[in-house]
Design a protein around this ligand. Sequence first.
Ligand code: B12
Ligand code: SF4
Length: 380
Amino acid sequence: MDYERLKQKLVVYSQSIGVDKLRITTADPFLSLKDRLIQQQERGYASGFEHPILDERVDPSLSLKEVRTIISIAVAYPSKLANAPKSEKGSRRGFFSRSSWGIDYHDVLNDRLKKIEQFLFVECGTVETVRMVDTGALSDRAVAERAGIGWSAKNTFIITPELGSYVFLGNILTTLPFPPDEPIEDLCGSCQKCIDACPTGALVEPGVLNAQACLSYQTQTKGFMPEEYRSKIGNHLYGWDTCQLVCPYNKNKDHHQHEEMKPDPEKVKPLLLPLLTMSNKTFKAEFGHMAGSWRGKKPIQRNAIIALAHYKEESALPTLLDLLIKDPRPVIRGTSAWAIGKISKSEKEEKALEDAKKNEQDENVLNEIEKGLSFIREKK
Ligand code: B12
Ligand code: SF4
């Protein structure tokens, strides 16, 4: 079998099924990545969303015994929203970051990867493969970097010279001996716009992210959001893109070639108030197809409450008061108490918070009620 020719055929085929870039690397272990991952953990910089078994993260043969090469693909997504509905007093809106626009990218890339697997089966007969998109053992970025999809940038993204960093990554481990591609040059140079723009200083060094301080991570947690980040997330319901938005390699990059990635303005910038009282069933029906719903309804509702506080949206007060008393989830009761204090200056809400305090058992919620009360009293 002429694997150089097959590779060329594969590249042409991949373009016909909506893959924007395809490169191939060896199956050698990612040795330097191991130290890096250990360091991230030791410094408390890991998010906890990473695959937990270190050896599996760096050794492809633990995912596929006879692996010879890894195919890395990039699929580009849009960055600009046309016809964005306005967020106005009385009808405030939240915002889902770009990685959650359209249909969940895990589904979109897995669809492309399955087609590539099928292509390889037809061409080669016997071949073993393992697909990975985001949730696999390997680091998608480390694979893409070594395969030459893009360089590993100071904002930790894989940036492709052609498409910028607005690309999702996926891999197929194969038992085929394709000739590998080479990594490409790092083009960040002396720029450090992303590091300067990060509102929390989460990019602690070039290429090193303290994920715990990253606002993308903070929007995805299920517990109480630490106070210091609440004022920073603004109206963001899921994810964060500042370190991509400021990057010169993303200037004028807005990819609309994939129908599945097309953002629905009403979903990407949804009204906040209806989210607060939405049933699980409706949430699933409305937002279940989006990558940003992977943690369920609670973090999105918590962030929606914080967004309403950010807007000081008085029309939200009755709903927030209701949640404070009736919602079974401490995070929602507590965040509502905090938001009520941020929004209101009136004795009515002060009294409601005092009443709620008498019936509340949860320490964390009580703490948030105290904060809410002090915000109202400070305004007097
Ligand atoms: C955990 C995770 C997160 C965490 C932590 C992110 C991080 N930077 O580590 C959180 C929740 C914060 C997050 C946020 C986002 N994520 Co995320 N995430 C992941 C996940 C599941 C694992 C990443 C990981 O292991 N990180 C640990 C670090 C240490 O390793 P790494 O970045 O994978 O590998 C690099 C470093 O190790 C570095 N390196 C190696 N050795 C050395 C040595 C030195 C000295 C230095 C400086 C660096 C260095 O080089 C490697 C290659 O670039 C991957 C999917 C996957 N399975 O890989 C997606 C992934 C990285 N996420 C992705 C996306 C889209 C996002 C968001 C944009 C979503 C959003 N809009 O909010 C943000 C971006 C935030 C950011 N600046 O990274 C994409 C990135 C695509 C791209 N073009 O780079 C991925 C690849 C998913 C995918 N399949 O497309 N994510
Ligand atoms: S903003 Fe500058 S330093 Fe940061 S990733 Fe882009 S080019 Fe690199």
